[in-house]
Write a new protein. Sequence first.
Length: 135
Amino acid sequence: MATGSVVRFDKTRGFGFIAPDEGGDDVFVHASVLNDDAQLMVSGTRVQFQVMEGERGLKAFGVQILETPAPVTPRVDVRTVSREDDLCDVLSTAEFAQKITDVLIEVAPAVTGAQIVQVRQRLVSFAQSHGWIEG
C-alpha cells in the first residue's frame, strides 16, 4: 500500500487528490471509497491507499486515514487600547463582512461561496443587533 497526504478535498463535490510520498502524479480519490471518513479528509491528512488506473488517470481505493492535521487556530489581530479610552472603533458593515470572508477563506479554504454568504449574513445581523458595527 502507498502512503501520502491529501492535497485538497472538496466535500461538496465529493472528491479530491492525494500526493503520494514516493512522488509522481497526484492520485484522484472519490468520497465513495472513504466510507464514513469523507468528513475527515482535509488538506494535510495522512492516508494509506492502493492505486489503480482509472478512466482519467490514477485513482485511489482502499483508503485508510493514518493521521489528521491539527486544527488551524485563526490569528486574531490584537490592537492595544489605551486605558483612557476603553472604546474601540466601530467597523462599517462592509469592512466587517470583508473581515469575515477573509477569516473563513483562511481557516476553511474549501468553504463555498454560498456558505460564506450565509455565514456572513448571520454574523452581520448578530453584530448589528449588539451594536458592534454600524448598522
